[in-house]
Design a protein around this ligand. Sequence first.
Ligand SMILES: C[S@@+](CC[C@H](N)C(=O)[O-])C[C@H]1O[C@@H](n2cnc3c(N)ncnc32)[C@H](O)[C@@H]1O
Length: 222
Amino acid sequence: MSIKPNIEITDDGTATLRHPVFGDTYHSLHGAVAEAEHVYIQNGLAMVHGPKARILEIGFGSGLNAWLSLLYGADNSLPIEYCALELYPIDIHIAETLNYTDSPLFMSLHTTPWETPQQITPLFRLTKYASDLTAEMQPWTNMDFDIIYFDAFAPDTQPEMWSNEIFTRLYTCLIPGGALVTYSAKGIVKQALRETGFIVKRLPGAPGKHHMLRAEKHLIQP
Ligand SMILES: C[S@@+](CC[C@H](N)C(=O)[O-])C[C@H]1O[C@@H](n2cnc3c(N)ncnc32)[C@H](O)[C@@H]1O
C-alpha cells in the first residue's frame, strides 16, 4: 500500500515530500538535493575507497539518495550494490512529479520490483525491501556494507528509529572501517552511536545546518 505525501519546493529549487502522518519533510527545506549531496554523497559514498560500494539506506522515500548514488557511480566507474528499506513506499504518480531529473532511469528506481535485486544500469544494482526497521527480523542482517545512509525522520518524530538496539544491528553489518552518515547531529544521536561502539565525527552540515554526523566502525575491533 503506497502513500501520497505532499510536494514542497526547497530553497535550492528541488522538491521534497511531507509525510501525511508524521508531518516531517523528507529533506531539509534549505535544499533537498544540496543536503543529500553533502551528507550522503560527499561525506558518505565519496569516501568509500574499495573497488565497489555496498550501500544500505534507511528510508528509500523519494529515491533521491539512490539517484544521486547512481549518478556518482556512473561518473566514477564505481559498481554500486544498493539496498534500501522503506516501510511507506510513495505512490508512483507522486514520484513522477519530483523535479530531480527527466531521465527515465529515475522512475525505474521506483517502478522496479521490491525484495529482489534489480540491475538498473550495468554499474548499479538495487534491492528495495518494503520492511520496518524496528521489526525483529531484517532481510539485510547477514550482508556486509561499506556505508549506511541513515535517513530516518527526526529523532523527535520517530525516536524508536534512533535507538541503541538499532544502531548495534547496523554496526554489526558494516565492514571494519565502514561508516554510517546522517543529517542529524543531536546530542542523543551522538551518544547512542558512541555507546554502540562507533567513532563519532561531527562534520559541517548541509546548507542551513550547523553539523551532520559521520560514525565510523573501528578498523581493528577493540
Ligand atoms: C527523512 S525521510 C527520507 C527518505 C529518503 N531517503 C529520501 O531521500 O527521500 C525518512 C524515510 O523513512 C521511512 N520510514 C519511516 N519509518 C520507517 C520504518 N519503521 N522502517 C523503514 N522506513 C521507515 C519514511 O517513509 C521515509 O521515506
